[in-house]
Design a protein around this ligand. Structure first.
Ligand code: HEC
Ligand code: HEC
Length: 341
């Protein structure tokens, strides 16, 4: 009898200590979980999985194909007839150092990892961000960005209707998209941390260090919002942006990893781009003109959306295409067109 009571006590103590033992950082730990373990406030965009039909699979389907199976096995109607989310957003990590938004580092990372180079910010890590449509996006969408600035659900809804030119997501679709986005949140391994910094975080996790400092340290290694600076075409379009030299090979990367992602075989646009001399000559001729085919024009201003009826081209902010990269692209296009400048 006593023996039984004693072993129950031991077992209870054992399980209590396991449950409450501070766990060290493990490979693959999600950044959001570690922050919670350190006592940070939970974010508001955890999915509501009590809604019928909500699943990671449905969210992934909506984002990659526009389609998903919802409540009671019903099929939804396609989210947008023009676009899927991955036309404009990567769903993998796209920045080698997540604490800066550097388009050249991203272009090289995209080449190394076989990713496209796009106008939208990667949705990998979107759940870790706390502000959306930052900087100059207010100029483009006006008061529509206000509710979306600090609310991921509103940001997704804005993009579904404005960027994708599609319909609003239903509640089960929205929560499914969030459920999927939580599977592509940042991992501790994605952050650049020295061994000492990892030790500091481990100490804090054990309750022996400064938890607030550890939270701050982790958050300093990724951006809580993606910066966005709009730019205009160069004042003198013939002369172009003021850069010292141009790099044709870098321009080829922009063309292939960005422009062709949407324009090859009319994937997302009726305007077809390919590798032929005629295409390059067309682009080269219009580059410095004031026409709808000027890459300066469409690159910096995008094309205007006609709600629901036509795909449009999103503009590139300076964080997504630098002036240098634009000039490299021009040099590549002129080179392939057989132009000398
Ligand atoms: C035609 C291009 C396009 C499509 C399609 C598109 N987006 Fe976007 N999205 C953008 C651009 C451009 C932004 C501007 C802010 C940024 O991403 O840096 C944006 C912003 C966002 C943001 C806020 C990101 C941030 O950190 O500021 C979210 C979230 C988002 N989109 C989700 C989606 C989802 C989900 C879909 C599919 C239903 C989708 N988008 C489809 C272009 C697009
Ligand atoms: C996210 C997809 C996307 C990307 C990336 C993209 N475009 Fe576009 N682009 C479009 C769409 C959509 C249109 C609207 C024209 C249409 O489909 O009717 C367009 C329009 C254009 C036009 C005007 C054509 C017309 O009929 O008025 C040009 C020129 C152009 N793009 C060049 C480029 C170049 C150069 C790049 C690379 C720097 C690029 N695009 C990247 C989607 C994209």
């Amino acid at each position: 009898m006593y023996k039984l009571l004693f072993s129950t006590l031991i077992a209870t103590a054992f399980f209590w200590s396991v449950r409450h033992a501070p766990e060290p950082l493990a490979p693959g730990d999600a950044v959001a979980d570690v922050l919670l373990r350190l006592g940070d406030d939970p974010v508001a965009h955890y999915p509501d999985t009590t809604i019928e039909g909500v699943s990671v699979e449905a969210g992934r389907g909506i984002m990659l194909t526009g389609f998903a199976t919802g409540p009671g096995g019903s099929k939804n109607g396609k989210q947008s007839k023009h676009y899927v989310c991955t036309a404009c957003h990567n769903i993998e990590k796209e920045d080698p150092d997540l604490s800066v938004s550097d388009p050249q580092a991203r272009l090289e990372y995209a080449r190394e990892n076989g990713l496209p180079f796009l106008q939208g910010t990667a949705l990998y890590g979107a759940v870790n961000r706390t502000s959306f449509y930052n900087g100059d996006y207010e100029q483009k969408y006006g008061s529509l960005v206000e509710p979306a600035r600090e609310d991921l659900r509103e940001a997704i809804q804005l993009c579904a209707t404005e960027c994708s030119q599609g319909r609003a997501l239903e509640p089960w679709e929205m929560e499914s998209v969030l459920a999927y986005l939580w599977t592509i949140g940042l991992k501790m391994d994605d952050l650049i941390l020295s061994d000492e910094e990892k030790t500091q975080i481990n100490q804090a996790l054990k309750g022996k260090g400064d938890a607030a400092a550890a939270i701050q340290l982790i958050k300093s290694r990724y951006l809580s919002g993606s910066p966005a600076t709009f730019a205009a075409p160069p004042e003198d379009r013939k002369a172009g942006y003021d850069v010292d030299t141009t790099d044709v090979e870098n321009g080829r990367l922009v063309y292939e990893l960005s422009c062709l992602h949407c324009h090859e075989n009319e994937r997302y646009s009726f305007f077809r781009l390919d590798d032929s001399k005629l295409t390059f000559q067309h682009l080269a001729k219009h580059f410095s003109r004031y026409t709808e085919y000027s890459v300066y024009q469409v690159g910096r201003y995008g094309t205007s959306p006609v709600p629901g009826s036509k795909p449009y081209m999103p503009n590139y902010t300076l964080e997504k295409l630098s002036h240098q990269q634009m000039e490299d692209l021009r040099a590549y296009i002129e080179h392939r067109a057989g132009y000398e400048r």
